[in-house]
Design a protein around this ligand. Structure first.
Ligand code: SAM
Ligand code: SF4
Length: 439
């Protein structure tokens, strides 16, 4: 989501007459895009900002802005703390970036952290120029909703990205049609709780469609062969979404479904709105609808009060589901979150670190087993834009979102689909050869 926001920012500035610089050192305008999901991410801003503002002492004409979630969280305090900083804007105000940059040129300091009255305004952005469309030929991200209304105890997102707002479905479909006409065949729909899309919320047009219907309409767009989305919330995986997995061929057989913990006590304290049994039932129903569905997840270790027994339940849930991959994090206390307000603190750092390492070792074993099971299969790969070091070595993603490195034929150009025979694997990818080139 942040990468896509960065594309939108660069694109907005281009639209307003700015051009891409030859690296940050050569730029007249530097916009630092920030994340505050964990403390470590937030600290990166301060080291980077120190460096850039140091340069501004030598080059007073340099303009510097800070956007993203730390900007939203800190707001005016950032302008007070850094008098040379030109402007600050939160994620909902990305659409106003060009205006802020123009103000900065006229030596007006800017702060945009309030919400527009009409929440749809944030989605009204110019079409991405190919220079910033970025991911890889044939693939594109599409924002379908923003914000979050769920308030998990550890999470700063509802505070930084604001309340849940779904984008008008007509606008989403128009964007997908435009992308498909330009050669995009794989779209990844983005939202903090993407499958909550279409819930009646303030600022949403009446009679909007639900997420499963949105998927159906996108699947019907000519040229769209693969649909992915991230991140769904387990509490919103309803009958209609499960049915969509059985019906829509374009819906990729991979779901990133964050679970966070395998312990009911911890899930309750996190305010996750599902329990272990409910999560496992959802997984079983999804797999019944779409055999071979690969599941990946997010996990937090060391949530306050997590015991050895709670942690053991997370490990056993990982085994039970057989996650193909996971993102795992040590709990980090974030300002203003329910857990921080409860004054729960963090576990001893060594304990959290030891649990993280154990969990990651378990995941490595599960990933290797999942990869080993794929040897001998024939998979369809969408070739990405990065040719390998060796001649004819290419990579791409299979429908389950596994990275596949393979020996390619001359027709395996970026953005095309090829059939690959899986011959081996590493911890991070499947290895193979394009059909017709084996042996
Ligand atoms: N909305 C998604 C969901 O409900 O799972 C997740 C979005 S969040 C930006 C991405 C991941 O960051 C979360 O799934 C969680 O594992 C992790 N995360 C969020 N807050 C965290 C915190 N305070 N400490 C550690 N990890 C955190
Ligand atoms: Fe954060 Fe929970 Fe919302 Fe995900 S659902 S963004 S973890 S508050």
């Amino acid at each position: 989501m942040n990468q896509h926001d960065a594309q939108k920012m660069a694109n907005l500035l281009r639209h307003d007459g700015w051009a891409r610089a030859d690296g940050a050192e050569a730029a007249d305008l530097v916009v630092i895009h920030t994340c505050s999901i964990r403390e470590k991410a937030e600290h990166k801003l301060y080291s980077e900002l120190g460096r850039v503002l140091g340069r501004k002492r030598e080059e007073p004409g340099l303009l510097v802005g800070v956007g993203g979630c730390v900007a939203q969280q800190e707001g005016e305090a950032l302008l007070r703390r850094f008098p040379a900083l030109d402007f600050v804007f939160g994620p909902q105000n990305l659409v106003h970036l060009a205006e802020l940059a123009r103000g900065a040129r006229a030596r007006v300091r800017g702060l945009r952290v309030d919400y527009d009255d009409d929440p749809q305004v944030r989605f009204e952005l110019p079409e991405l120029h190919p220079e910033f469309a970025g991911t890889s030929p044939g693939r594109a991200w599409v924002t379908v909703m923003e914000g979050c209304d769920l308030f998990c105890a550890y999470c700063v997102v509802p505070r930084t990205r604001g309340r849940e707002v779904s984008r008008a479905s007509a606008k989403i479909l128009a964007e997908v049609e435009r992308l498909a006409a330009g050669g995009v065949s794989e779209v990844t729909l983005l939202g903090q709780t993407v499958n909550a899309y279409g819930r009646p919320r303030p600022g949403m047009a009446a009679g909007e469609i639900a997420f499963a219907e949105l998927l159906r309409r996108i699947a019907a767009v000519s040229g769209i062969r693969r649909i992915r989305f991230t991140s769904p919330h387990p509490a919103f995986v309803g009958d209609d979404l499960i049915a969509a997995y059985g019906e829509l061929e374009a819906l990729c057989p991979h779901l990133h479904l964050p679970v966070q913990s395998g312990s009911d006590r911890v899930l309750g304290a996190m305010n996750r709105r599902y329990d272990r049994k409910g999560y496992l039932e959802t997984v079983a129903r999804l797999r019944a609808a779409r055999p071979g569905l690969a599941l990946t997840t997010d996990l937090i270790v060391g949530f306050p009060t997590e015991t050895d027994a709670d942690f053991a339940e997370t490990l056993s849930l990982m085994d039970e589901v057989g996650f193909t991959d996971s993102f795992s994090f040590k709990y980090s206390e974030r300002p203003g979150t329910p857990a921080a307000r409860r004054g729960l603190g963090e576990l001893a750092p060594e304990l959290a670190q030891a649990r993280l390492e154990e969990l990651q070792a378990r995941q490595r074993a599960l990933t290797l087993a999942a990869h080993a099971a794929r040897v001998g299969e024939r998979v369809e790969v969408l070739v990405d834009g990065q040719p390998g070091h060796e001649r004819r070595q290419r990579s791409g993603r299979d429908p389950q979102n596994r990275l596949v490195n393979f020996r390619a034929g001359p027709d395996a150009s970026a953005g095309r689909y090829v059939q690959v025979h899986v011959e081996g694997y590493t911890p991070h990818s499947l290895l193979g050869a394009q059909i017709g080139l084996q042996g």
